[in-house]
Design a protein around this ligand. Structure first.
Ligand code: GNR
Ligand code: NI
Length: 172
């Protein structure tokens, strides 16, 4: 397993729509292992493959608070089956939008169908942070970031800030 570099905004790859996986084999499992290690290292509670530059519909997640009892989750080709009409607001952050946080409103529960680490079909009913995180990660598969839900002004200020940080990195 190895820790990969996480891409940050602005980066065109993050805007790419990821492709479905046609079989869950060793290559996919190796990718998921690397994604999980990268996510724990960051640290974060979720990671989509495109965040390490791989445009495949694969997500890893661990929302457990206890560092001792890890609860990794793997979602391949996830599809939202049901979204609640009721919305909930959560303070969101993103490893690809470093140090920026904003309250985002999303359906408060959802049902998601996906393949697990072994390629087995699963159906999960999620609420709370899990529902928020699943929707945040599934947005990544469509090339969408949480800042896309903010006003044009707030979004452009964040992108400007991140661009400056990148520009400085190339100088120093
Ligand atoms: O680590 C993360 N925390 C988080 C908090 C609230 C809502 C969503 C997230 S996901 C984020 C990691 C990440 O960027 N995943 O794509
Ligand atoms: Ni994210």
């Amino acid at each position: 397993m190895s820790v990969k570099k996480i891409l940050t905004e602005p980066n065109k790859l993050l805007r790419q729509v990821s492709k479905p996986v046609d079989k869950v084999g060793d290559e996919e499992r190796k990718l998921m292992d690397d994604m999980l290690e990268t996510m724990y290292d960051a640290p974060g509670i979720g990671l989509a493959a495109i965040q390490i530059g791989v445009p495949k519909r694969i997500i890893v997640m661990d929302i457990s608070r206890d560092q001792e009892k890890k609860e990794p989750r793997y979602f391949i080709n996830p599809i939202i089956k049901n979204k609640n009409k009721e919305k909930a607001k959560y303070e969101e952050g993103c490893l690809s939008v470093p140090d920026q946080f904003a309250e985002i409103e999303r359906p408060n529960t959802c049902e998601v169908e996906y393949l697990d680490y072994d390629g087995k079909k699963q159906l999960l009913k999620a609420d709370g942070l899990l529902a928020t995180c699943i929707q945040h990660e599934m947005d990544h598969l469509e090339g969408i970031l949480f800042i896309d839900y903010l006003s044009k002004l707030k979004k452009s200020m964040i992108i400007k800030k991140l661009s400056k940080i990148k520009a400085n990195r190339t100088i120093f």
